[in-house]
Design a protein around this ligand. Structure first.
Ligand SMILES: [Zn+2]
Length: 400
């Protein structure tokens, strides 16, 4: 790929010894630069520029009203390096391939290397929780029921491993702009509302009190018992149960065959009840039954949802890095492939509570490997940014 030489036009006002830019002259200069062949000898250009500058400077100051003349100076042309590819890992299954979703490379690099943002390698493990059985001796995977003692073990193991829980707004800010979150973050999403708020008081309040951990309640819109909403609104107001949308009727999953009307009633209907009873607009949609479609992803985005979550257990996520599958495959036979839906942030994978403990170490390793890979890529990415991005995006911000 050829890049035209990049001239920096400086206009020197001779009489006042001040430097300023005149936009239309600058534009002319830049336009002129486009025609300079990429094979021109930079030394010749530089020499010509210096001679011109010298000639201008030599104009005697007593000359009558010298006209303002642009003095072009040539920068030494720099070829941008090829950017390294996205971090890949053999820790995940072969068909669960990490995808980028940020189209704007310059903005991505700026967000990545802004020292005020999350450090490269910051990773989020999203965990799906369903029923919790207080008394069961064992968890029951087939019935999506985790024994209370296993949930406690999971929470303690996450904490011991250095994880901290985040809420949905932090997750969205991280996924969109690489906003700072703990380097090991966990997003706990409890599906299906629960009849009463006791589930949260009994099983999760303790972690809020001990560690400040929030939990997401994926709430179903259809049940309009005002007292039930009021009960949950108390937890919402306390700030540690974060309510997000889990369908309106919920029991019919969205599929490729779903009509726009049904998608709207599901995804839009639950927004209406949230606004009515919680005075809150959800930013995440947890797909009921794990069902989604390309059209639903589009409509959900139009409705204002920033993130969507599947039931596909593919791996953790990082900024601009979400493992997804192109098609149905034997690695994960029941998982609906996300790539055809066309928007990775609307189809974020989740681990299942009962088996999540088995993946804690691999999530940590992925974060560490990604951090190392980023460190190796840093000089090249910053050079690229300096050449291609900095002129329009400005320098990478420094620490405040
Ligand atoms: Zn559900």
């Amino acid at each position: 790929m050829l890049y035209p030489y990049n001239f920096i036009g400086t206009i020197r006002r001779m009489t006042k010894n001040r430097i300023f830019l005149i936009p239309n002259l600058l534009a002319l200069l830049l336009a002129a630069c486009q025609s300079v062949p990429a094979t021109a000898d930079p030394d010749i250009i530089m020499t010509a520029a210096i001679e011109t500058a010298f000639a201008q400077i030599s104009i005697p100051t007593e000359a009558p009203e010298p006209t303002e003349t642009p003095v072009p100076t040539a920068t030494i042309p720099r070829t941008p390096p090829a950017l390294p590819g996205t971090y890949q890992t053999s820790i995940l299954k072969a068909n669960d391939i990490p995808r980028t979703y940020t189209a704007d490379t310059c903005q991505y690099l700026q967000n990545k290397w802004n020292p005020n943002n999350a450090a490269p390698g910051t990773v989020v493990m999203t965990i799906m929780i369903h029923r919790i059985d207080k008394d069961a001796a064992m968890s029951d995977f087939g019935n999506l029921t985790i024994a209370s003692k296993d949930l406690k073990q999971l929470m303690n193991d996450l904490h011991d491993a250095g994880f901290q829980a985040i809420n949905m707004q932090k997750m969205a800010d991280f996924m969109y702009t690489n906003a700072k979150i703990p380097e090991l973050s966990v997003l706990l999403i409890v599906d299906d509302r629960a009849g009463s708020s006791s589930k949260y008081n009994d099983h999760f309040r303790i972690y809020f009190e001990k560690w400040g951990w929030p939990v997401i309640n994926a709430y179903i819109g259809i049940d309009e018992r005002p007292d039930l909403w009021a009960e949950h609104a108390v937890l919402s107001a306390e700030g540690w149960v974060d309510f997000q949308a889990h369908g309106y009727i919920h029991n019919i999953p969205i599929s490729e065959g779903s009509t726009d009307e049904f998608i709207m009633s599901e995804m839009g209907g639950v927004i209406s009840t949230f606004q009515k009873y919680f005075n809150k607009t959800p930013i995440a949609y947890i797909w009921p039954g794990g069902g989604f479609s390309k059209r639903a992803v589009e409509i959900g985005t139009e409705l204002g949802y920033k993130l969507g979550f599947t039931v596909n257990s593919r791996g953790p996520v990082m900024y601009n890095w979400i493992p997804q599958a192109d098609a149905y495959n034997d690695d994960n036979p029941y998982a609906i492939p996300e790539i055809p839906a066309g928007n990775p942030v609307m189809t974020i994978p989740r681990y299942t509570d009962i088996t999540a403990r088995d993946h804690i170490d691999e999530v940590r390793t992925i974060g560490q490997e990604a951090a190392q890979y980023a460190e190796q890529s840093k000089a090249i990415e910053l050079e690229y940014y300096d050449i291609i991005c900095a002129p329009t995006y400005g320098p990478i911000p420094s620490t405040p």
